[in-house]
Design a protein around this ligand. Sequence first.
Ligand SMILES: [Zn+2]
Length: 177
Amino acid sequence: MTDTAPLDAIRKALAAVEDPEIPISLQDLGVLRESSIQGSRLRVVLVPTRLGCPAKGEMERRVRAAVRGVAPSLTVEVIWRGDRWTQDDISEHGREMLRSHGYDAGVEAQRRCPYCAGSDVKQHGSFGGSICKVPFSCRACGSTFEMLKSSVMSDLPATAGGPKPPHAEGRPLLRIV
Ligand SMILES: [Zn+2]
């Protein structure tokens, strides 16, 4: 691979970068949005699934490592854009991947048990297996499941200003655990 690896090769490498939290690629997750080369600089635009998510650092590290593998001479500029990420940004392939790993990316109901659809569910603290997941249990059937915090804005204080975006509450990603 030369130092001037074509953008196609770089994009292919970027497309293989997996999310540190859930087993799909950043591209399928809708986090990886754009990549472009200007001279010796590669610009990569990412949209975080949740503002302040600590996985951002790891995502960025993985992106840089992927580019280094195919185009080590390029200066990588990672730009975190403040767009609101929602589950609608997950690709069809990404949804299939999530489903195969026990996530339900299509559930619109909030805080409902994925087994019995009961709404009498209890949240266990703020953190699940990671800071971006929230553990729940169902009082009706005793199942436990995780939700992935999907909304960027719902984690901001209400005083952050401006009207609440349509996805303010977010639709949780369900995972049967
Ligand atoms: Zn249940």
